[in-house]
Design a protein around this ligand. Structure first.
Ligand code: F6P
Length: 745
């Protein structure tokens, strides 16, 4: 319909113009043909006059004029001559043939012949008048007035008119037809172009119509495009949720079982020697591990990480590999060993004293040391070598995790140019001014642009990164596609909000009910049964806002002293990066603040603030979540924060209140939480009071909504979206390569 309207918009004016042209052209045509024929007839008249002149001169002496009359009558037998008259030197008609009009005198005939349109309409039809003086022996003898037939011109011009009309109509029809065909074709082209864009193929170089050699390729492309329409979604319906099966189906159909390699600093399981000399397996306190491990269980493949457990070397085979998770062997962990100097410079130094405070902007000065940078580069090279060594093909899918490996993407790209490198940055990305203080800002950006896809938690971090590239590198940025072209390679910069694995029915059934969890936790920690319980679960890190949280507890009790005897706050703080001064000082400050508040509100029912500064296994943390009335997540800056999502997932009873910092990426997804500015003690204290006094109905309403969000936007969706983008990218790459090979051959 739309194309017809567009075509009509063109065709109607075209037809109007053609009709107008015909209307103007026809009289013009008539005039022109008349002029051409008049010229011919005048010439013909002169010839006739010349031919007759001698005979006329001979016949003139004959006084009765019979010879002259006979001569003229014979001449008009020619079908093109209608009448002839003879004018004396005194301009009197002395002889004329039958059809010569009696009313026409010599002067009028001469005037007509000399006029612009030397024509007359007489009894025999339209005629052209020519006058030819004839000389005798003694000077001018008179003049011949010849009338030539014009009716044949009218007949011819009618024929010409018909031809012209047919020609214009034919021309109009041909133009209209071409227009319709071109419009149809280009509309289809636009539509399929737009569809291709929607399918994410907008960056594909348009393929020329496939030549016979490329036909098989075109067929394969069509088939792969059908595959891209997610098999799992097709079989399970459009609202199918993301789960391990869907991720596996995506890997099978879209990545055709391509090899997946994960690189991270932190390993998913540590083997540690316990006090009795035995080996225990431990899960580290790491959001990264929480998110990536279930994905790896679904994808299989190889995970390359730093072996930091005290018994890690004893658990690996000759190739430094160990199958995980213990007992299931879904994927392989390849452990990388680094020296204490390398760990100091790369992990503690550049990553955690430099990049960590640089990206978090939590008012801790980043420290940049040349020697740390050297170690950072060294270790990135070590891990890049391991990726190349582990790759079974020249185009593996490499998932690079976090700020420990900013240089690795370009290093891998150099050695495996066909690899699909997806780098996910788990922490915030600062604005260009803040980032600009890093002495190696260009090297870091260049290293990261070795990635095929670069993921951040939020659009805001993507924007900061793109602006940083714009400021510090010579790169071409396509804001529309959120992509960066640098040194001939393209990187897609996209937001992929990370999440957790939503607990399945089996897992949930294994949980103790909330009341049991509550009584066990209360008993273990000696909390009086009538107390409201608030919890915080974090690594012991200055970005988490633990101090601000304790201050808010203090302020809330100050404002509402009736709660001093009925409220307890438990803070789990897993030791982290304790080798760094900044962290040690921070831990001391927290201990001091805890002591201060506990002394101030000393009471019979034990301390108000319980600081549990040790590692807790996931099951213990889950029990705490299920026992709590409130969970406090007050990060000063956080890429996403998964504690808040774990708390929500743990509350299948739809109870409990989440207080969430506006500076955590999760705040954008979880607005039903009580959102606070942790720097504002008053606001956080009020939110805490609101939480402990919130009705069960309101808790249920908020929690139900939070749960449906976290359930849907789970970690499989996070990985699935990245892998789908990667699959599209690989398909484009393969097609382009084959098209180039095809057209070169
Ligand atoms: O927040 C970034 C991050 O890598 C998280 O993914 C993880 O929770 C944390 O840092 C782990 O820190 P580390 O490995 O230094 O203990």
């Amino acid at each position: 319909m739309r194309t017809i309207r567009l075509q009509l918009r063109f065709l109607v004016p075209l037809i109007a113009i053609l009709v107008g042209a015909a209307y103007l052209a026809l009289p013009l045509m008539d005039k022109l043909t008349l002029r051409w024929f008049a010229r011919d007839l005048q010439l013909r008249g002169s010839l006739v006059a010349n031919a007759l002149s001698d005979s006329v001169a001979d016949a003139l002496p004959e006084t009765r004029g019979r010879r002259l009359q006979t001569l003229f009558d014979r001449a008009v037998q020619d079908e093109r001559l209608v009448a002839i008259g003879w004018c004396s030197p005194q301009d009197v008609i002395v002889r004329r043939t039958t059809l010569f009009p009696a009313s026409l005198d010599c002067r009028s005939a001469s005037a007509t012949a000399a006029g612009k349109e030397p024509t007359l309409r007489i009894a025999g039809g339209p005629v052209l008048v020519t006058v030819h003086p004839i000389a005798g022996e003694a000077g001018p003898a008179g003049s011949l007035v010849i009338m030539h037939d014009l009716s044949f011109i009218e007949r011819r011009s009618q024929d010409t008119r018909q031809y012209l009309i047919v020609l214009i109509a034919g021309l109009g029809a041909a133009i209209a037809l071409v227009t319709v065909i071109v419009a149809q074709l280009s509309w289809r082209g636009w539509v399929s172009g737009a569809r291709a864009l929607l399918r994410g193929e907008g960056l594909v170089r348009p393929l020329v119509p496939p030549s016979p050699e490329l036909e098989p390729l075109a067929a394969e492309l069509r088939e792969r495009l059908r595959d891209l329409d997610d098999e799992y979604r097709r079989t399970q319906g459009p609202n199918a949720e993301w789960n391990p099966q869907r991720l596996q189906s995506l890997l099978r159909t879209q990545l055709r079982g391509d090899e997946v390699i994960v690189v991270s600093n932190r390993e998913p399981y540590l083997h540690e020697r316990d006090a009795d000399g035995g080996i225990v397996v431990r899960r580290p306190a790491s959001g990264l591990v929480t998110a990536v491990e279930p994905v790896m269980r679904a994808c299989s493949g190889t995970w390359i990480a730093h072996g930091s457990g005290t018994a890690d070397r004893e658990a690996v085979d000759a190739q430094d590999r160990v199958a995980l998770p213990p007992g299931d062997a879904d994927y392989m962990l390849r452990r990388i060993w680094i020296t204490p100097e390398q760990e100091q410079g790369y992990y503690y130094g550049f990553a955690n004293e430099g990049l960590w405070p640089l990206c978090h902007v939590a008012h801790v000065r980043p420290v940049f040391r040349e020697s740390d940078w050297e170690r950072y580069r060294e270790v990135n090279r070590l891990f890049a070598d391991a990726v190349v060594a582990e790759a079974r093909s020249d185009d593996p899918v490499v998932l690079v995790q976090d700020y420990h490996f900013a240089l690795l993407p370009a290093m891998v790209r150099e050695r495996l140019p066909r690899a699909t490198i997806i780098t996910f940055w788990h922490i915030p990305w600062p604005n260009p001014e803040s980032f600009g203080i890093c002495p190696w800002r260009t090297e870091i950006l260049e290293g990261m642009l070795g990635s095929t896809i670069l993921g951040f938690h939020t659009r805001y971090h993507c924007k900061n990164f793109i602006e940083g590239v714009d400021r510090y590198l010579e790169a071409r940025i396509e804001h529309e596609h959120s992509s960066i072209s640098f040194r001939g390679e393209q990187t897609l910069v996209e937001s992929y909000p990370i999440s957790i694995e939503w607990p399945g029915a089996e897992t949930q059934q294994a949980w103790a009910d909330p009341a049991t969890c509550r009584s066990e936790v209360y008993a273990r920690l000696g909390i009086p049964a009538d107390h409201r319980l608030a919890v915080g679960v974090d690594r012991f890190d200055y970005t988490k806002g633990i101090l601000e949280r304790i201050n808010a507890v203090e302020r809330m009790l100050e404002k509402h002293p009736e709660w001093v005897e009925r409220f307890t706050f438990v803070q789990v703080a897993a030791p982290s990066r304790s080798a760094l001064d900044e962290y040690r000082v921070f831990q001391e400050r927290i201990q001091a603040a805890t002591q201060r508040v506990n002394t101030r509100f000393a009471r019979a029912g034990g301390d108000v603030v319980r600081l549990l500064a040790q590692h807790h296994e996931h099951e213990q943390v889950n029990q705490l979540y299920r026992a709590a009335d409130v969970c406090l997540v007050t990060s000063l800056h956080d890429g996403m924060n998964l504690v808040c999502k774990e708390f929500v997932a743990a509350r299948d009873d739809e109870r409990g209140v989440l207080i969430l910092s506006r500076f955590a990426g999760a705040a954008r997804e979880l607005p039903e939480a009580l959102i606070v500015n942790p720097y504002h003690v008053e606001e956080t204290a009020d939110a805490l009071y609101q939480a402990i006094t919130m009705s069960a109905a309101e808790q249920r309403e908020r929690m139900a909504s939070l749960r449906s969000t976290v359930r849907e936007f789970n970690v499989y969706r996070w990985a699935g979206r990245m892998l789908t983008d990667a699959a599209r990218w690989r398909l484009r790459q393969r097609v382009n390569e084959r098209v180039q090979r095809g057209s070169a051959g």
